[in-house]
Design a binder for this molecule. Structure first.
Ligand SMILES: [Mg+2]
Length: 275
């Protein structure tokens, strides 16, 4: 799929994710918006997944380690046909399986995530499993930059390089902000690419809100013998004029006017989960 088509899907996904948050009066707006382009490229272009066979042994494996940013993930899974779009209207409501973090009762979700630092260790296991059993599937994981302060990320990073998991792709959504403020003030990452390289990974950096840059990265020839890390430079709240780069939008909820402002900025008409 080309970059323009993917950008249109990402705009619609952002509008749907924000509508879910608005309807539920809860959610994680900022990190959802920063990660939407990465999720869109993976699910509409890069990964081999089949909504009709969510348990296909040959499927690529995906783990949304920054699980709080689940709204665009659910919106994309529904749009791809893993479950009915109408279920998005039940987000974060009592009895719904579309809850505030990824839930493995939802078709297409491999494991429950959200306790940070868990996605990469599980992804390392999935990638190692493929190597040991001669399977060709690839494993993808999206982490946050605040999440890089979790010790388990680095245990898994060490293991990934140790086992030469060149079938593993980790993306760090580096939006520079986390729940309690700028990442550099909370737990400074300094040269994050250098840290991943020091742990033995094949590291690239790209604009994580630029579809063409993301396509170029995933379609490039990747080094063999090392796991791959993309430091994706993103903007928290991307696409929402009132939220971009503002830490308080980590889990702020848009009011009616802001939702309409977002639709206009995204070039999307009203969202109806029943159409
Ligand atoms: Mg962040």
């Amino acid at each position: 799929m080309n970059a323009n088509e993917l950008a249109r899907i990402a705009a619609r996904t952002r509008a749907e994710a924000l509508t879910m948050i608005h309807n539920a009066s809860t959610g994680h707006t900022g990190g959802a918006m920063s990660a939407t382009d990465i999720l869109t490229v993976l699910y509409y272009d890069v990964m081999n997944v089949d909504p009709k066979r969510p348990d296909d042994p040959k499927r690529d494996r995906f783990f949304m380690s920054k699980g709080h940013s689940c709204e665009p993930y659910y919106a994309i899974l529904a749009d791809r046909g893993f479950f009915p779009r109408s279920e998005l209207a039940t987000f974060s409501q009592a009895g719904s399986r579309i809850i505030g973090h990824p839930n493995n009762k939802v078709p297409g979700v491999e494991v429950c995530t959200g306790a940070l630092g868990h996605g990469l260790p599980v992804a390392v296991g999935a990638a190692l499993g493929a190597k040991r059993t001669g399977q060709k599937y690839k494993t993808y994981v999206v982490m946050g930059d605040g999440e890089q302060a979790e010790g388990s990320v680095w245990e898994a990073a060490m293991a990934g390089a140790n086992y030469k998991l060149d079938n593993l792709f980790a993306v760090v959504d580096q939006n520079g902000l986390q729940i309690s403020g700028p990442t550099k003030n909370v737990m400074a990452l300094d040269d994050l690419a250098a840290k991943w390289r020091a742990f033995g990974w094949d590291v690239c950096e790209a604009d994580g809100n630029d579809m063409q840059a993301l396509l170029d990265y995933f379609h490039a020839e990747h080094k063999q013998g090392k796991p791959h890390c993309l430091i994706a430079h993103t903007v928290k709240g991307k696409g929402l004029p009132f939220a971009e780069g503002k830490p308080e939008w980590h889990h702020k909820v848009p009011n009616d006017e802001q939702l309409q402002e977002a639709y206009r900025a995204l070039g999307v008409e009203e969202v109806d989960f029943n159409d």
